[in-house]
Ligand binder design. Structure first.
Ligand code: ASP
Ligand code: MG
Length: 471
């Protein structure tokens, strides 16, 4: 049995969390590899240190790095106490060395007023690189032999700094050379999440929040039997519990459902993170470090038909609804293409599209702060049509939210849309636009931001309090 365990930022940030981590790792039998994030808040602090340095403020950037060093020192003292401190000597030495090196980098950035993506990655890698040695020292001190491993020696990537793509074959070779011998002799490698290195050994990062991805990649290349992602919630819920008091944890979720939910802002794994593991049919579980007995959510590669129709209801706010409207648009080929070309030229990502079959209007949902800019660009693109009144107007409604009902059980189930809209009607929520993908996995609708919570409550109530509530 081979298990990859990944611990997120809050799971490595405090003594209480790390005590729990040790217990969790100790209880897993067989071969174990651990992947760690930076401690909570550290990567954000590094991002701002890098920005401050770019603006030329070397001392300001150094101050942040010193604070991070102090924070990690305090954590080490908390964990080991004065007596056990020798066990953490190596970790403390690493902490100082990596801090000094990072401060040098920050000062160079400040001197040049230039922050390349490559240098930024080197700076951001600090968080994981100082965390892994602390976790390894703690595990060893508590009787679980462990050793810190920099993912720069394992995860091979391309040179797309800030969002590097793993090279799986090289990664497999390196993982077998670096990690497999440790696993076999019962030593737990504690691998830095989030980072990798190019063929030349230059540090890259896999994107914000990508420690999960590291775990998924390692599970795949090491042919693990399971991949356990420990975070600070007990898996994925049927709705945001801050809005919906009776939201329930979801024991099983398909990859497609997870991808839909993640896209609409549910704070779960990035879909990319679990793909390598799921492609190899390795189960991925999301578990809670602070409530390890909770069942959590298992992500499976295939559809999970558990009798539920809408499995989860989610929402994403802070958006604008941009509508291009006019009778002269219908039947004109290439019209939609020009709309989307404009979005691309303005670098605006479109979250949802809806077009009436009369083709009299195209609606786009975009981030609110981009909606005004997009409207101006569209008016410019269609200025001739606007003059001729082929296009009547380009309008923006904001702030709006997308509310999405997601579930594999919706596929081919008649009447789902009717129930969704019935529930919204009874709740007095006005629906501004609708979209359903042909996968029938998701019904998305646009409502005014002020109706967002009401819409989520109405849909969740319709599907989760009645008879088709899954066991
Ligand atoms: N520390 C990185 C970040 O905050 C990676 C992670 O936490 O997964 O983005
Ligand atoms: Mg994180």
């Amino acid at each position: 049995m081979r298990t990859i365990l990944k611990f997120g930022g809050t799971s490595v940030a405090t003594k209480a969390a790390l005590d729990a981590l040790v217990r969790i790792v100790a209880e897993v039998s067989g071969e174990r590899a651990v992947v760690v994030s930076a401690t909570a808040g550290t990567t954000d602090a590094l991002v701002s240190a890098a920005e401050i340095a770019r603006n030329g403020d070397g001392p300001g950037a150094e101050r942040i790095a010193r604070e991070l060093e102090a924070k990690h020192r305090a954590l080490v003292v908390d964990l080991f106490g004065r007596d056990e401190l020798p066990a953490a000597m190596e970790a403390v030495r690493e902490l100082s060395a990596i801090t000094e090196r990072t401060i040098e980098l920050l000062h160079s950035v400040a001197l040049l007023h230039e922050l390349t993506a490559r240098t930024r990655d080197a700076i951001l890698s600090y968080g994981e690189r100082v965390c892994a040695p602390v976790v390894a020292a703690l595990l060893s001190a508590r009787g679980v032999p462990a050793t810190a491993v920099s993912a720069a020696t394992v995860i091979a990537t391309d040179g797309q700094f800030g969002n590097a793509n793993p090279r799986l074959e090289e990664t497999r070779t390196q993982a077998l050379a670096v990690l497999a011998p440790l696993l076999v002799k019962g030593t737990v490698p504690v691998v830095t999440g989030f980072i990798g290195a190019t063929g030349d050994g230059v540090i890259t990062t896999l994107g914000r929040g990508a420690s999960d991805y590291t775990a998924g990649i390692l599970a795949a290349v090491l042919d693990a039997d399971q991949c356990l992602i420990y975070t600070d919630v007990s898996g994925v819920m049927s709705a945001d519990p801050r809005t919906v008091k009776d939201a329930r944890p979801l024991p099983m979720l398909s990859y497609a459902e997870m991808a839909e939910l993640a896209y609409f802002g549910a704070k779960i794994l990035h879909p990319r993170a679990v793909l390598p593991a799921l492609e190899k049919r390795i189960p991925v579980r999301i578990l809670n470090t602070f409530a390890p007995a909770d069942h959590g959510t298992t992500i499976s590669g295939s559809a999970v038909l558990d009798g539920s129709v809408v499995k989860a209801t989610t929402s994403l706010g802070g958006l604008g609804l941009v509508t291009v409207q006019g009778v002269g648009m219908s039947g004109v080929p290439g019209f939609a293409a020009r709309v989307f070309d404009t979005c691309a030229a303005e670098n605006v990502s479109v979250l949802m599209i809806s077009q009436s079959s009369s083709e009299n209007s195209i609606c786009l949902v975009v981030p609110e702060d981009a909606s005004g800019r997009l409207r101006t660009a569209l008016e410019l693109m269609f200025r001739a049509e606007l003059q001729r009144h082929d296009v009547e107007r380009v309008s923006v409604e904001a702030p709006v939210a997308i509310v999405a009902a997601v579930g594999e059980g919706m596929r081919g189930a008649p009447g789902v849309a009717g129930r969704v809209f019935g529930a919204l009607g009874r709740a007095g929520v006005n629906v501004m636009a609708i979209a359903q993908g042909s996968s029938e996995l998701n019904i998305s609708l646009v409502v005014a931001e002020r109706d967002r919570d009401g819409a989520v409550l109405a849909i969740h109530g319709e599907f989760h309090s009645g008879s088709d509530r899954p066991a």
